[in-house]
Design a protein around this ligand. Structure first.
Ligand SMILES: C[S@@+](CC[C@H](N)C(=O)[O-])C[C@H]1O[C@@H](n2cnc3c(N)ncnc32)[C@H](O)[C@@H]1O
Length: 205
């Protein structure tokens, strides 16, 4: 089942189970992202998640960061409804397409004039589009983030040397870091690599 076929809450449950069953590294990635945000030491962090899907990361963030001001974006409304029902903390949701042009403004409105501290995405940007599309998202997020903000992208990657067999949105780690640098982040790093995933971070400080 593709996310584009999701209509009901049962569909979301099925999709969530498939993600959990097929990608064993996800718990490691979720813990790592949570730790990265905790280490920023922000009292009331405003965190935007791009492509929330069934909300596993959202649940972990709201559990581990009780004061978080969480804003989730996805273009499939049933994912947003499913996630909202499961969150203990108050959260804001934006239904928008990342290939469109209105999502940065919708996120700014959702943040209600508070600076956005972290923008995070897990296992998703490769689904949104190719390197040009990911680059455009990195750039828009760099300006959306506050002066000390950072973008944390945990995604499925292509190993270096295997580029010839790569699907369009699955980039190598050096390619992600290059795009983050070109987008204007002051510092960039790959903070974790597993067999399937890499976590690439661009920071404005
Ligand atoms: C593989 S799922 C991952 C969901 C979630 N991040 C997780 O790891 O459980 C990919 C997600 O990206 C979202 N997505 C894909 N293309 C999108 C777009 N153009 N705009 C907004 N969301 C999109 C899908 O709706 C889906 O929720």
């Amino acid at each position: 089942m593709s996310f584009r076929d999701i209509q009901t809450q049962d569909d979301v449950e099925t999709y969530k189970k498939r993600l959990i069953d097929n990608y064993a590294d996800r718990p490691i990635i979720i813990d790592h992202i949570t730790e990265q945000i905790q280490q920023l030491g922000l009292e009331i962090p405003t965190v935007v998640e791009l492509c929330t899907g069934p909300g596993q990361l959202a649940e972990a963030l709201c559990h581990s960061l009780p004061q978080v001001n969480y804003i989730g974006l996805d273009f499939i409304q049933p994912f947003l409804d499913f996630t909202e029902e499961r969150l203990s903390a108050e959260a804001t949701f934006v239904c928008a397409d990342l290939t469109g042009s209105d999502w940065p403004e919708l996120l700014e409105n959702a943040a209600n004039n508070r600076p956005i501290d972290v923008i995070v995405s897990m296992q998703s940007l490769h689904d949104v589009g190719d390197a040009a599309q990911i680059s455009a998202i990195y750039r828009r997020c760099q300006t959306l983030l506050g002066p000390v903000g950072c973008f944390i992208n945990a995604d499925l990657i292509t190993q270096e040397g295997d580029e010839a067999n790569a699907r369009p949105g699955r980039l190598t780690v050096p390619h992600h870091l290059e795009l983050l640098q070109a987008a204007g982040y002051l510092s960039t790093t790959c903070s974790l690599r597993t067999a399937q995933f890499a976590v690439c971070i661009g920071s404005n400080r």
